[in-house]
Design a binder for this molecule. Sequence first.
Ligand SMILES: CC(C)(COP(=O)(O)OP(=O)(O)OC[C@H]1O[C@@H](n2cnc3c(N)ncnc32)[C@H](O)[C@@H]1O)[C@@H](O)C(=O)NCCC(=O)NCCS
Ligand SMILES: Nc1ncnc2c1ncn2[C@@H]1O[C@H](COP(=O)(O)OP(=O)(O)OP(=O)(O)O)[C@@H](O)[C@H]1O
Length: 201
Amino acid sequence: MKLMKIGLTGGIATGKSTVAAMLVERGALLVDADQVAREVVMPGEPALEAVASTFGQAVIHTDGTLNRKALGEIVFNNRDQLMQLESILHPAIRNRMQQRIRQYEEQDPKQLVVADIPLLYETGQEELYEGIMVVYVPQQLQLTRLMERNGLVQEEALRRIGLQMNIEQKRSRADWVIDNSSSLEETKRQVDEFWKSQDLP
Ligand SMILES: CC(C)(COP(=O)(O)OP(=O)(O)OC[C@H]1O[C@@H](n2cnc3c(N)ncnc32)[C@H](O)[C@@H]1O)[C@@H](O)C(=O)NCCC(=O)NCCS
Ligand SMILES: Nc1ncnc2c1ncn2[C@@H]1O[C@H](COP(=O)(O)OP(=O)(O)OP(=O)(O)O)[C@@H](O)[C@H]1O
């Protein structure tokens, strides 16, 4: 049977967005949890009000938008605060993701829908999808890429990695693994192979 809806996950900075872009290039319809997480905290959204009353005005810019860097510095250094933020945002993110997936399914019933969700396993969402693709790199490379991309020192980067399920564990649970530790061409080759193996258009 042809695949219609898959989850895409991995660890922080292992290359989910990179692989998502390759799938979109082949025609997939993408719903991105990080992007939806940004939408639900736009000015005027109830989740932003809840964030402001929980974490204070220091996490709100003077123009009323969320100061993501300031909030990140709080929650990525304190698990309890992170859990508090998640309890505000996750229900809103999940609702909006499901809504968007349904829209895509109605709009283009033949096309593959891909949901890019960093915390897919951590939040127990496997059952919502027909299969899960994990973008994998060994932890040492994950660390290097994260430090480079976000300008973090090793200690900070390790702390962020430690907030998520270990990448080896994610890999062992996956239905399909894309190994992104080599060149982008090699990653694209694996994505193309997946596409063909599933007989996608
Ligand atoms: C704390 C926030 C404001 C920091 O924003 P910032 O722009 O600096 O980072 P961004 O949103 O681009 O996230 C980057 C990466 O951090 C990791 N990350 C984000 N949230 C979490 C979390 N709750 N637990 C573990 N890792 C996380 C993910 O791998 C994500 O891809 C933001 O990450 C956030 O709102 N997080 C809570 C919502 C959430 O859980 N999002 C994950 C998708 S469901
Ligand atoms: N094959 C590759 N070779 C070299 N660099 C790469 C490769 N794939 C991705 N990168 C780089 O690694 C970093 C992480 O990639 P990407 O942003 O796609 O990860 P992500 O899993 O979506 O991250 P996050 O969880 O933070 O959203 C980026 O700076 C990207 O340019």
